[in-house]
Design a protein around this ligand. Structure first.
Ligand code: AMP
Length: 191
């Protein structure tokens, strides 16, 4: 089995692209944001724990997020591998992911970043907020806080993966099909 991380700022198009790539490469798509939202909607204990952070546009603590991710991986060992979206978001999560994949015998083939400019993305998220029903997509202060969290805690992962030769980036601006094509080209060199 293989694992690929789709990396990028909020609104960069990770979820949209994952929908296409998971079919093409027979991967289980795990979006930690989606798993949190599912739990929020269903009022689970995990959902209640995560709610306070998500509502403020802050990252959910590593311990909660890492356990959740490990459960999702354990439940989905039936495809050719995994496409992670929105995880890892901290160095600690990246280290935990490495250990988990090694334990499960899953080959980590790399991280692919979707590059895009902040102002384009904030506008895109506000637009998405009109229909996504996500409170964290509707308030510009919360959105800006998500970028602050990204810059402080998540951006250092680029260097982390670059140092291991496990990072590539593509231009995330373009039509959905164009971006899928760019990502596929990179994935084809990795798998
Ligand atoms: P997303 O749908 O990926 O934009 O995630 C929405 C929210 O869920 C984030 O703003 C965080 O509050 C939380 N979240 C999702 N993934 C993670 C993660 N890997 N670590 C911590 N918090 C996360």
């Amino acid at each position: 089995m293989i694992a690929i991380v789709l990396f990028g700022k909020p609104g960069a198009g990770k979820g949209t692209q994952a929908e296409f790539l998971k079919e093409k490469y027979n991967l289980t798509h795990i979006s930690t944001g989606d798993v949190f939202r599912y739990n929020l909607k269903n009022g689970t204990e995990l959902g209640n724990q995560a709610k306070v952070f998500i509502d403020k546009g802050e990252l959910v603590p590593d311990s909660i997020t890492i356990n959740m991710l490990a459960d999702e991986v354990a439940k989905n060992m039936d495809k050719a591998g995994f496409l992670f979206d929105g995880f890892p978001r901290t160095i600690k999560q990246a280290e935990a992911l490495e250990a988990l994949l090694e334990e499960k015998g899953i080959d980590f083939v790399g991280t692919i970043g979707l590059d895009a400019n902040d102002e384009v993305l904030v506008a895109r998220i506000l637009e998405r907020g009109k229909t996504s029903g996500r409170a964290d997509d509707q308030d510009e202060t919360k959105i800006r806080n998500r970028y602050k969290e990204y810059n402080e805690k998540t951006a250092p992962l680029i260097e982390f993966y670059n140092n291991k030769n496990q990072y590539a980036a593509v231009d995330g601006i373009g039509s959905i099909e164009e971006v899928t094509e760019r990502l596929s080209k990179v994935i084809d060199t990795l798998v």
